[in-house]
Design a binder for this molecule. Structure first.
Ligand SMILES: Cc1ncc(COP(=O)(O)O)c(C=O)c1O
Length: 333
């Protein structure tokens, strides 16, 4: 990847003149079955641009109650886009509650109410345990939104993981959305970058909003070169991360004081709760870090482990041992 970055042919991307960016964008458009794609700085920026293009200020975006775009993106949709972020329940399967969704879609055209302009889906669903959301549910959401003439944006930060877990392909999953974002910088291993894909008109508007947000870039081919390597060489191997995450979940389930969140179609994440007070959870996290195992915190006593390139089965066994030791220390203190 570093060699590809060094070799990249460059130009001014703002004017569409960076051949490496153009190539990556064409690859992304082809993979997702959309007419166009735009390289942006991050998944958060991709989602924010999608919200701002689909939703004029004061309009409503219907999001899952546990959606990343709702909870973990600094409130950007509301703060920057003036979008009324309206949650409907996310089920454990990452699905949206369809009754609540229809209730929000059927908002009367009454001057009291913000009118729906977008439904946001997420696959895989991070806060629902990294679950791959079924294709049939995505089809149901698309049909329901279509009935009300409301477009769908798919936050597909980890859409390649979803495609592998569902034994489907990205193009099929993207077909249930009008726009889709995906990230290069997560399991695909790039230092930076996400793609936003949609119709030509959508991408033209997205280009403008990216500029407005300060995300216009110059010789961005150095980012795109890594993305091309990722799409060509890092996708298939995501299946290993899924097997390793399952092995990790099994191992952690045997550790005293740990409760692993069950996930119907696990991908590369394991969420688990430590049966302890917040102080002990902090000690546990620090004790794990001392053992070179990094986990993030996603609730008072909930932690998230993610498998990725460079983590093999031996490392999983070492991580389970480290968790057992760290939990023993934290719970004894
Ligand atoms: C589902 C989902 N969407 C979007 C993002 C945001 O991506 P970024 O960190 O690149 O802004 C994340 C980050 O973890 C995510 O999990």
């Amino acid at each position: 990847m570093r060699a590809a970055i060094a070799r990249a042919e460059l130009g001014d991307d703002f004017y569409g003149e960076d051949p490496t960016v153009n190539r990556l964008q064409e690859m992304a458009a082809r993979l997702t079955g959309k007419a166009g794609a735009l390289l942006v700085a991050s998944g958060t920026m991709a989602n924010l641009i999608a919200l701002m293009v689909h939703c004029p200020r004061g309009r409503k975006a219907i999001v899952g109650s546990k959606a990343h775009a709702y909870l973990w993106e600094a409130g950007g949709g509301a703060a920057v886009g003036g979008v009324v972020m309206t949650p409907v329940a996310n089920l454990e399967t990452g699905a949206l509650d369809l009754t609540e969704l229809e209730h929000e879609l059927a908002t009367p055209p009454d001057a009291h109410f913000a009118q729906p302009s977008l439904v946001v889906t997420e696959n895989t669903h991070n806060l629902c345990g990294g679950v791959a959301v079924t294709t049939s549910h995505m089809a149901e959401v698309a049909a329901l939104a279509g009935k009300y003439g409301v477009p769908v944006h798919l936050d597909g930060a980890r859409i390649f993981n979803a495609a592998i877990a569902l034994e489907s392909d990205v193009r099929t999953l993207a077909s249930y959305a009008d726009s889709i974002s995906f990230c290069l910088s997560k399991g695909l291993g790039c230092p930076v970058g996400s793609l936003l894909c949609g119709t030509r008109d959508f991408i033209a508007q997205a280009h403008r909003v990216r500029k407005l947000l300060g995300g216009g870039m110059r010789q961005a081919g150095i980012i795109a070169a890594a993305g091309i390597v990722a799409l060509e060489t890092m996708v298939e191997r995501l299946a290993e991360d899924h097997l390793n995450a399952s092995a990790l979940a099994k191992g952690l389930a045997l550790v005293a004081g740990i409760r692993v969140l069950a996930v119907s179609r696990r991908t590369n994440m394991v969420f688990f709760d430590l049966d302890a007070d917040q102080g002990s959870v902090q000690k546990f996290q620090a004790a794990l870090k001392d053992r070179k195992v990094l986990v993030s915190r996603s609730g008072p006593n909930r932690l998230r482990a993610v498998t990725h390139f460079g983590i093999d089965r031996k490392a999983i066994d070492q991580a389970v041992t480290a968790v057992a030791e760290a939990a023993g220390e934290a719970l004894a203190a």
